[in-house]
Design a protein around this ligand. Structure first.
Ligand code: PLP
Length: 384
């Protein structure tokens, strides 16, 4: 018996160490980690510059309360606001917390309480973020949900127009739905969401917890769409594995989050900030983001060429290094078979294999991964 809650269905793998794209288990077997943990280690496991920043910080201080200044928070906030439409940052410790902060800020700043989000969205597991998540299975057993949340079909602008009114505080959107099955928002849809929000005095919240920090070849994925969100949330890739979350918002909203309005004991923790500073120094460089685009295009092209025609594969789509392989059956057995062959991948929804390799992945590692996918997805066992 384990002393852990059985909240996770775990694969039979215990990690001993990890470096770059490679994870080694306690038996000495190695794997290519095409999940980057779970979309977290965007610079690969134990990136030397992040490690160095952490070691430096370990030797200086680990915690100061937010009652004092913390210069590293200022630096990370500076980088995040320079590369987004936001001007002010609130730091917390996870994606769900960043979304909670966004929901609270949107309500307080607008004086309205309704939040519209999308079917198959995923925003987290705490009450506000859970209520914003448009998946019944995430809510089951935990009701009643907080009031004021409604869900409309993704990529359906008419549904948004029908749902929005002058009581709407915000529309909350992932421009690429991660957990919900790697659904990519249409450019016209996203532009229209922004326009309709402006028309009704509602805020645009973009959940970039998974898509941000270079994942799609831009600092934030909304930047593919030419919009200017009021609030952006970030977490997963931001500190390369050290827990962190951030809510980035426009200057016009700052008065709603005055002293005493919101807080997090660990928010902006110096270790997380040191790691985040090192991450952003790499990721927010044009040539780095360009390389992510190119590697992503190559991976998508190789997958399409090598497995696109297999009977089990129905659709391959993605942006940058966020790629989904939609299959015509449940993918959990394939994910297990791939692991046995030495390739770690994620799923999204029941039928989509999700690839989120480190942004530092090499072309050689991409070739190896594509070959392993081809071997496994064309094997007889997959079709039983
Ligand atoms: C993972 C994720 C979250 C939740 O993040 P946690 O750190 O697990 O709370 C929220 N939104 C999106 C889009 C995510 O992918």
């Amino acid at each position: 018996m384990t002393a852990l809650f059985p909240t996770y269905k775990r694969f039979d793998l215990s990690v001993e160490r990890a470096s770059g794209t490679v994870v080694e288990d306690t038996e000495g077997k190695t794997y290519l980690d095409f999940g980057a943990g779970i979309g977290v280690c965007n610079l690969g496991h134990r990136h030397p510059d992040v490690q160095q920043a952490l070691e430096y910080q370990l030797n200086h201080y680990w915690h100061v309360s937010n009652l004092y200044h913390n210069p590293i928070q200022e630096k990370v906030a500076e980088a995040l606001t320079q590369h987004s439409s936001g001007d002010q940052v609130f730091f917390c410790n996870s994606g769900t917390e960043a979304n909670e902060a966004a929901i609270k800020l949107a309500r307080k700043a607008t004086g309205k309480h309704n939040i519209i989000s999308f079917e198959k969205s995923f925003h987290g597991r705490t009450f506000g973020s859970m209520a914003a998540t448009g998946q019944e299975k995430i809510h089951t057993g935990f009701g009643p949900m907080p009031e004021g949340f409604s869900y409309v079909p993704f990529n359906n602008i008419d549904a948004v127009k029908q749902a929005i009114d002058h009581e709407t505080a915000a529309v909350m959107l992932e421009v690429i739905q991660g957990e919900g099955g790697l659904h990519i928002a249409d450019p016209e849809f996203v532009k229209e969401v922004e326009r309709v929000c402006r028309e009704h005095g509602a805020l645009v919240i973009i959940d970039e917890v998974q898509t941000g920090i270079g994942r799609t070849g831009r600092a934030f994925a909304y930047q593919h769409y030419g919009i200017s969100p009021d609030i952006i949330t970030s977490a997963k890739g931001l500190a390369n594995g050290v827990p962190v979350g951030a809510m980035i918002a426009k200057h016009s909203l700052q008065d709603a989050f005055g002293p005493g309005s919101h807080a997090a004991t660990f928010g902006g923790n110096p270790l997380a900030m040191a790691a985040a500073e090192a991450v952003l120094q790499h990721v927010f460089q044009d040539d780095f983001l360009q390389a992510v685009m190119e590697k992503g295009a190559y991976l998508l092209e190789q997958l399409t060429a090598c497995i696109g025609e297999l009977p089990v594969v129905s659709f391959i789509r993605g942006k940058g290094l966020m790629i989904g392989i939609e299959c015509n059956q449940d993918v959990s057995s394939m994910v297990g078979l791939l692991m046995e062959k030495g390739l770690l991948v994620l799923s999204a929804g029941a039928n989509v294999i999700r690839l989120l390799p480190p942004l530092t992945v090499s072309y050689k590692e991409i070739d190896t991964a594509v070959q392993l996918m081809k071997d496994v997805l064309s094997a007889e066992t997959v079709y039983q």
